[in-house]
Design a protein around this ligand. Structure first.
Ligand SMILES: CC(C)(COP(=O)(O)OP(=O)(O)OC[C@H]1O[C@@H](n2cnc3c(N)ncnc32)[C@H](O)[C@@H]1OP(=O)(O)O)[C@@H](O)C(=O)NCCC(=O)NCCS
Length: 426
């Protein structure tokens, strides 16, 4: 709390003082928790663009300056030096792990990767054409049935440690198995001797008679993408995880809801839509400029995918890292992707266009990530699953922070009712 600082609001000619809350980066908010009881009024903030739903010490984001930090560490440094499991630990526990902590954690995650054999029966209930995100969300919910220990309320510290390991291990296997189901292949068991990234690619791409050997550049690309996706403070899916968890529903149910929220094209689903848009531009043959005009036309529902963000008014710092890594990956693999050329032209033109300048619309994390996933041999429908896999530590960290918070309450927004006033049926 900002000592003694208050904001005075006059409502119906009466003055009310509300305390000012100041965060560690000097962000200020007005604590209106007593607003309704004192004044009878509620606030209205459609889309929550001005509403702080919680205080959190996990991730700091400054959209005006293009800054993103996990637990204080700049995303650029983590993307340069850390492993994904180290970042997962950092998000969940608040500090970078020691050598012995990360060694033991990595082993436990690898050992925890075997799914119960019955989980794959679930896949058979899905149409072959089902989107992998539908199966991922349902599969995550199904995991709750195989881990009854974690369903009770008031989990101990040791329970939460084990839950963290279990979720990190099981979700990677689940994601890879969904890919194999979709493409008519038998699941591959985790290889406990491999790193998280190596094991994931092995479970995706190895064949019975041929083990997948990941190149250094593909492993590096996967590491960076998972880290960049690992958390993004109170975004739509993380807020969904918190909201679901706030009813004391279990952690698997919360994560399943987070995956459902991430699937949408305005959120994580944009990485798939971005590539589909580039393919449409390529096949159309009329050139990308037509699509810039379509994006600006208010009568046209078309939006430039991978562009714009609720909080960034500058280049998304994750897009900055991804753009450089994308160029490096294609060069190392000796691949040329014509979609990358279209993307670069779109970006250059949009950034010089008044419409995008005025609205401060820049490429976001999804603008180049799809081109990297393509180069790694990951099918477009799996892109958002990969995003979800990266986001799991962030969701878990927020879920943990919420259930441990001294101000924990069920989330239950109000509304301004605009329907009929009372009327009689007879
Ligand atoms: C991310 C997104 C949902 C943010 O939405 P938001 O914060 O509600 O922003 P708004 O929709 O209010 O956009 C503000 C203005 O920019 C325009 N705009 C935003 N993103 C745009 C885009 N990608 N293409 C064209 N115009 C866009 C809006 O039409 C609006 O214009 P107006 O002020 O003339 O009405 C939005 O930018 C978007 O749809 N982007 C494309 C999908 C995407 O890449 N999502 C991934 C996000 S990581």
């Amino acid at each position: 709390m900002c000592k003694n600082k208050k904001v005075r609001v006059t409502i119906d000619s009466r003055d009310f003082d509300f305390p000012v809350i100041e965060g560690s980066e000097k962000e200020k908010g007005i604590d209106i928790s007593s607003l309704r009881s004192e004044t009878g009024y509620v606030t209205l903030d459609v889309g929550y663009a001005n509403t702080g739903s919680t205080q959190s010490s996990i991730t700091f984001l400054d959209g005006e300056k293009g800054v993103l930090r996990y637990r204080g560490y700049p995303i650029e440094q983590l993307a340069e030096k850390a492993t994904f499991l180290e970042v997962a630990w950092l998000l969940f526990y608040g500090e970078m792990p020691t050598d012995s902590e990360i060694e033991s954690f990595s082993q436990k995650v690898a050992l925890g990767g075997d799914l119960h054999k019955d989980i794959s029966n679930l896949f058979g209930g899905f149409a072959q054409d089902s989107h992998p995100m539908a199966i991922f969300s349902a599969g995550t919910m199904a995991l709750s049935g195989y881990h009854p220990d974690f369903l009770k309320n008031g989990l101990s510290k040791e329970d939460k440690d084990r839950l963290f390991v279990c979720v990190m291990g099981q979700m990677a296997t689940l994601a890879a198995n969904i890919f194999r189901f979709k493409y008519g292949k038998a699941p591959i068991n985790p290889d406990k001797s491999k790193s998280y990234e190596q094991n994931f690619l092995h479970m995706m791409f190895s064949e019975d008679d041929k083990e997948y050997r990941s190149s250094k550049s593909v492993l590096e690309a996967l590491r960076v993408l998972l880290i960049l996706h690992a958390d993004h403070e109170q975004n739509c899916s993380t807020s969904a995880v918190r909201l679901i968890g706030s009813s004391l529903s279990n952690c698997f149910a919360s994560l399943s809801g987070g995956i459902a929220a991430l699937w949408g094209v305005l959120h994580g689903g944009a990485n798939q839509k971005m590539i589909e848009m580039l393919e449409m531009i390529q096949n159309d043959g009329c050139g990308y400029k037509k699509y810039i005009e379509k994006a600006k036309d208010k009568k046209d529902p078309f939006r430039l995918m991978g562009f714009g963000h609720r909080v960034y008014r500058k280049l998304d710092p994750r897009a900055n890292v991804i753009r450089a890594k994308c160029d490096a990956l294609l060069e190392q693999l000796g691949k040329k992707d014509p979609l990358l050329d279209i993307a670069k032209e779109l970006e250059r033109t949009a950034l010089e266009d008044e419409y995008f300048i005025e609205r401060k619309l820049y490429p976001n994390v999804d603008f180049y990530s799809g081109i990297m996933y393509r180069a790694m041999g990951i099918p477009v429908e799996m892109f958002t699953v990969l995003f979800s896999l990266g986001r799991i530590p962030g969701w878990l960290a927020h879920w943990k922070e919420m259930v441990e918070s001294s101000s924990f309450r069920i989330s239950r927004p109000r509304q301004i009712y605009t329907g009929h006033t009372e009327r009689n049926l007879f």
